[in-house]
Write a protein that binds this ligand. Structure first.
Ligand code: GLN
Length: 533
């Protein structure tokens, strides 16, 4: 039977529950256990894909096309295992399932209630993911004390009753603030948050106490006394300079020992050398590189979480200090602004996005990168922009656009291809999840991947319009990757340029610290080689 670890948060949000859960996942995986992870989000949205990146950050996409919370990105990056739609559920989805059952008459006229119907549904989602795994880590979104997360907490309380204490472990992440005026670390918020959790019937087994400054035995004893958690199970998760250090911090604090002891599992040796190398590379770079990320969500960098992570992985691989310059494409249209914002960067990345806002800036930025031989990497919308710019300024098709921005434009080089079987297959309007792509052998894409067929994740509605293939190829833009049936354009490049590539998919979702994505890796390498400063 699988062992279940539940990670709950207290005191305040943004303590890094996703990173803590992922770090624990990595340690368990490194001990040889088969790990799976899952997140419950307490909000009522049924489709996280429709939530604004301004408010909710990036939508992370899995191979099976689920649009999920960005914490799943951390899970995949840390444990290195692709997850699927079963790893993320919202309250909205859970209620939706229950209400559909109710409408179908499945409850046979019974009163439908939070307990047991909602809690049963939650428990069934936990059991479902446990199949064939040794360790299931379930993160409960939100903070103890929120009304929204109560059904989840009630469900996991019951879950322990169902599976027994030896198969379930509650880890509670809290905060121990340092109060400058008093010159002290304060344990009261942790005490109160734990009391709140115990009020609803959950006694934490392990406390993970985040703090800015490290603390020792005295504070641990105090927390232990007030929270009823053994002192050896009060663990200090002290702030780290890179998130990839957290697993090591937790390992040094022996969290894996406590977990194995609780579950009566064998504690196997952890080889941390690969991650040690990554941390060393991040913390002791030889040189630097500056990359401009140009988009409209730059003030809300959570919207580009995986892009940021993939850049870090790639820079670490080359022992480079990464400077990211977040460039607002809505304010970078005029030549003087472009010069001001981009003249000192070594590489330009235009990430994905939706809607017309900031588009003219992105087109101007792609033009600048193309004309000035600056390494360019366009992702999804970024690739579409590069194609539009090339068609307008090199092919002379002045009124070229995407029909997303101008419905009836004369040359919709990026357009809806609603007659294509791919979209029909998905049943929706977006192309979502993993699709194969075949690379042309003599291309930059092939040189980067060193493979003829690859698989990458998608999340977009619009496609390259095949009517324009000939004209752009004739003018020097190469289509170097397509779907196996050659119907969909997946990669474009400009062979004349030192490094100019655009991809219709989102490679950032598959980058891992120990395995940087090849396009990011080569893009950063080229940018560093061509560094001006
Ligand atoms: N808005 C574009 C489309 O729907 C690009 C989407 C994206 O960048 N993810 O095709």
């Amino acid at each position: 039977m699988a062992k279940h670890i539940f990670v709950i948060g207290g005191v305040l949000s943004s303590l890094g529950k996703g990173i803590a859960s992922s770090s624990i996942g990595l340690l368990m995986k490194k001990m040889g256990y088969k790990v799976v992870m899952q997140k419950f989000d307490p909000y009522l949205n049924v489709d996280p894909g429709t939530m604004s990146p301004f408010q909710h950050g990036e939508v992370f996409v899995t191979d099976d096309g689920a649009e999920t919370d960005l914490d799943l990105g951390y899970y995949e990056r840390f444990i290195g295992i692709p997850l699927d739609k079963n790893s993320n559920s919202t309250s909205g989805q859970i209620y939706d399932t229950i209400l559909k059952k109710e409408r179908r008459g499945d409850y046979l006229g019974k009163t439908v209630q939070v307990i047991p119907h909602v809690t049963d549904e939650i428990k069934s989602l936990i059991r479902k993911i446990a199949k064939d795994n040794d360790i299931v880590i379930t993160e409960i979104g939100g903070t103890v004390g929120d009304i929204e997360s109560l059904p989840f907490l009630e469900a996991i309380r019951q879950f322990r009753l169902d599976v027994g204490i030896e198969n379930s472990l509650f880890i509670f992440l809290t905060y121990v603030p340092y109060i400058k005026a008093a010159g002290e670390l304060k344990t009261k918020p942790t005490q109160h948050a734990t009391t709140k959790l115990r009020e609803i019937g959950i006694q934490p087994d392990i406390l993970l106490c985040r703090s800015e400054k490290p603390f020792g035995d005295e504070i641990k004893s105090k927390i232990a006394l007030f929270t009823n958690v053994q002192k050896s199970r009060v663990i200090n998760a002290v702030d780290v300079s890179t998130i990839y250090e957290l697993p090591k911090v937790l390992m040094k604090a022996n969290i894996h020992e406590r977990i194995c002891e609780h579950f009566h599992l064998q504690q196997n040796r952890i080889d941390f050398s690969d991650w040690d190398r990554i941390i060393d590379n991040i913390k002791n770079p030889d040189k630097e590189v500056t990359i401009a990320v140009c988009g409209k969500y730059v003030k809300h960098q959570d919207a580009y979480k995986s892009v940021g992570a993939a850049l870090i992985h790639a820079a670490a691989e080359h022992r480079l200090k990464l400077n990211v310059k977040w460039v607002d494409s809505e304010k970078t249209i005029l030549e003087e602004d472009i010069n001001k914002n981009l003249s000192e960067v070594d590489g330009i990345l235009v990430p994905g996005g939706f809607g017309v806002r900031g588009i003219d800036g992105k087109i101007a930025i792609a033009k600048y990168a193309r004309e000035n031989n600056i390494p360019f990497f366009g992702i999804c919308l970024g690739m579409q922009i590069a194609v539009i710019e090339f068609a307008q300024n090199v092919c002379g098709l002045k009124s070229t656009y995407s029909s997303e921005f101008e419905k009836d434009c004369e040359h919709p080089i990026i357009d809806l291809m609603d007659d294509q079987k791919y979209i029909e297959k998905m049943g929706g309007t977006m192309r979502l999840g993993a699709y194969p792509c075949v690379l042309k052998e003599s291309s930059l894409g092939y040189k980067i991947y060193e493979e003829k067929e690859i698989s990458e994740r998608h999340r977009h509605r619009y496609e390259f319009n095949n009517k324009y293939r000939e004209i752009i190829e004739k003018n020097g833009m190469k289509i170097s990757g397509t779907s196996p049936d050659n119907l969909l354009v997946e990669i474009i490049e400009i062979p004349e340029h030192p490094f100019f590539i655009g991809v219709q998919f989102h490679p950032e979702f598959k980058s891992r610290p120990d395995k940087p994505h090849p396009i990011f890796r080569e893009f950063i390498k080229k940018a560093a080689e061509m560094r001006k400063l």
